[in-house]
Design a protein around this ligand. Structure first.
Ligand SMILES: [Fe+2]
Length: 89
């Protein structure tokens, strides 16, 4: 079975945009489900936390990265990422 969102051999900007599209889809679905949870406050509160995380963390991070690539160009973006990760050792 082929995953709907998994598309190998994309460029980095395409991968980030694909991930962002997924976050937007999650955002829309969470809003739909939250609207159905009018009387289930516990579930609604849990979904609202997920929605905020999707908006303010996941989607925001991806939007920032795509903006940086657009502003500084992919080679400079990649250069800036070297050494910015945490060591695994
Ligand atoms: Fe996410």
């Amino acid at each position: 079975m082929r995953h709907r969102y998994l598309r190998p051999s994309l460029s980095l900007p395409e991968m980030l945009q694909s991930d962002l599209d997924i976050e937007y889809a999650v955002d829309a679905r969470l809003k739909t489900v939250i609207a159905l949870c009018e009387s289930d406050f516990v579930t609604r509160d849990m979904l609202v936390v997920l929605l905020e995380d999707t908006k303010t963390d996941h989607a925001h991070f991806l939007e920032q990265q795509l903006s940086l690539i657009k502003t500084m160009g992919l080679p400079n973006y990649l250069q800036a990422q070297i050494g910015s990760g945490q060591s695994t050792s």
